[in-house]
Design a protein around this ligand. Structure first.
Ligand code: PNS
Length: 184
């Protein structure tokens, strides 16, 4: 059985990666599908996000990474997949996710949405949280795969040339965080 894991992944977080790893044990194939959404102004291009996800799923042979535009169910049909995989973090996710699952079912009655409860340690985590922390100079080393953290620091160093992004060798300290906060 093939499952599609659709999303924006701007950027992929450790929470997403947890869902991909666990999904890869449940399904013959998991296709991580990055939505090409013209309405959003993302931090990373679709191609960059696809590359980031490929890098951190390289050890999972039944995981493929792709991008798509338009309706998720149409992409699923095209890929011969009848399962959509989604992570559920907290109660507030539930309403939106249920609405999406029901809408998708009205579009293609053969599609099933399978929810995996996000591991407890990632229940607070989202791509938006990651971007907010990084934007204000905080460390995201514990929130995203290492290579992605480096991309994020590089990205914010380009847009905020004066800032010193935290790294493993230059961790964010309360002092640096305070300094950055005061500037805002
Ligand atoms: O990571 P996200 O942003 O929560 O993912 C949302 C996504 C991409 C799964 C959802 O917006 C989506 O499926 N968009 C494609 C358009 C579509 O099929 N809409 C109908 C379902 S509401």
């Amino acid at each position: 059985m093939i499952a599609i894991y659709p999303g924006s992944f701007d950027p992929i977080t450790l929470g997403h990666l947890d869902i991909i790893e666990r999904g890869s044990k449940l399904f013959e194939q998991v296709i991580v599908a990055v939505l090409r959404n013209p309405d959003k102004s993302p931090l990373f291009t679709v191609q960059e996000r696809v590359e980031q996800i490929r890098k951190c799923t390289i050890d999972l042979p039944n995981v493929e990474v792709d991008s798509f535009a338009g309706l998720t169910v149409e992409y699923a049909r095209l890929r011969n997949a009848k399962v959509l995989l989604r992570g559920l973090r907290v109660l507030s996710d539930f309403e939106k996710e249920l609405q999406m699952a029901h809408t998708n079912e009205t579009l293609w009655d053969e599609i099933e949405t399978v929810f995996l409860a996000t591991s407890n340690e990632y229940s607070f985590l989202s791509s938006s949280v990651v971007k907010e922390v990084a934007r204000f100079g905080g460390s995201v080393d514990h929130l995203v795969p290492h290579a992605v953290a480096l991309d994020i620091y590089r990205c914010y160093a380009e847009t905020h040339p004066g800032s010193t992004p935290p790294t493993a060798t230059n961790p964010a300290t309360p002092t640096t965080r305070l300094r950055v906060d005061q500037e805002v």
